[in-house]
Every structure is written in C-alpha cells, then in structure tokens.
Design a protein around this ligand. Structure first.
Ligand code: DC
Length: 211
C-alpha cells in the first residue's frame, strides 16, 4: 500500500510534532526533510570554514547518507540558517529529490514534513496539510525549545531568525514554501498539540477510507 501524508509550513508551526504523531498513529514511516537541509548546511559550513560555497554544498548533498541525519546538534539556530541558505540552491535540491520521492512512495505509508512536499516532492500525496501559526506563537515555541538546551537564548533573536528564514524560504526561485492548492490549512496558533494532531488524524482517516 502506498499512502503519502505531506505536511508543509513555516518553521515552528508544529509540523514536526504533528508528523511524528500521525506516523505513530498509522504506523507510517516518517521523514523530517528539514534534517536533510540541516545536515547539508552543517557540513557545507564546516568544509567551507564558516562560509556556504554552492559547489561544496552540492557535493555534500550528493554524498549525504541517512546516518548523517542522526547527528546530534543539527537543531541550532545557526544550522537552521545554513539549511535555509543551502536550500535555496537548485543543485542541492536536485541532489536530494530522488531520496525524498522514493521515501514518499514507499510501501506501508509515509509522512514527510517540510516546505515543498505537497507542491514538488509528492504532488500526488493522498493527504496534504499546510500548518501555520502566528509569528508570535512560533517564535515563543521555538524559544522555549532552544532555551531548554541553551539558557542564553533570546526571544528577539529567535523571532528574527524565523522571520529571515520564512522570507528566504518563501521567496526563493526553486521550490519555494507554498501551500499546495489542495492542502488543508491548519492554523495551530490557538490549538493545543492534542487538538492539532486530532484534526490531522481525522482528515487522514477520512481520506484513508477512500484511498
Ligand atoms: O524544517 P526545518 O526548520 O528543520 O528546515 C530547515 C530549513 O531547511 C528551512 O529553513 C528551509 C529548508 N527546507 C526546505 O527548503 N525544504 C524542505 N522540504 C524542508 C526544509
């Protein structure tokens, strides 16, 4: 059985939490595609001595393996910025395309979360959800997460980081962040995690019955 759930949206809107819960509920495999770009960004920065060089980033993307995604430390704000920069390079996106497309159509069902899953990676996905939340709510959520690891984290710098990434991710030429026409919009600003997950699960059950 092939069944793909595409979950897109800006940073810290709740995509990852919803995607993991949905994967658990239905026994689907889950891929956080942001980790692909984070892993490429982190390595490209290292090899480029702190600078993103497009040719190096492309080389890194071609060599990427699943083990690279399991590295600790990919969730910092610095690596998020590097990820957003390498993600704007068409050659990097092209190098990561086949892996994501194969993952989406694997047997047994798959949930992928990212920015372009419903629009580019798997336009044929059975369920597409675009998760949003207000800028303030997203900044606060990401701030709480990052502060748990680093007490020096500041809310203002988290908000700036998210805003910069949103603008870059939505305005790039190739595969910009966009809600697919047939995506369900899920605004989690006022929703608890449980309520947001329940909405996503209900939608999938509805479509599952018809798949
Ligand atoms: O989801 P995240 O915050 O971990 O993603 C990090 C960056 O990777 C994000 O700012 C843009 C990029 N990205 C992308 O361009 N396409 C995806 N499908 C997933 C992430």
């Amino acid at each position: 059985m092939q069944f793909t759930v595409a979950i897109d949206g800006p940073a810290a809107a709740g995509k990852g939490t919803i995607a993991r819960a949905v994967a658990d509920e239905f026994g689907f495999a889950h891929l956080d595609t942001g980790l692909l770009y984070r892993a490429v960004g982190a390595r490209a920065m290292m090899r480029g001595r702190g600078v993103i060089v497009p040719a190096i980033a492309t080389e890194v993307a071609k060599e990427l393996s699943e083990a690279d995604l399991r590295h600790e430390g990919l969730r910092t704000a610095r690596i998020a910025q590097a990820a957003s920069k390498v993600a704007a390079l068409p050659e990097v996106r092209a190098a990561l395309l086949a892996f994501q497309k194969d993952f989406a159509r694997r047997e047994g069902g798959a949930v992928l979360d990212g920015r372009d899953i419903g629009s580019v990676i798997c336009p044929e996905a059975e369920v597409k959800i675009f998760v949003t939340a207000s800028d303030e709510v997203r900044a606060k959520r990401r701030f709480e997460e990052l502060r748990a690891k680093n007490p020096d984290t500041r809310l203002e710098s988290v908000a700036i980081d998210l805003r910069q990434r949103d603008i870059r991710d939505a305005s790039r030429d190739v595969a910009p962040m966009v809600a697919a026409e047939d995506a369900l919009l899920l605004d989690t600003s006022e929703l608890s995690i449980d309520a947001a997950v329940a909405e996503a699960v209900a939608l999938i059950k509805q479509r599952f019955g018809k798949a």
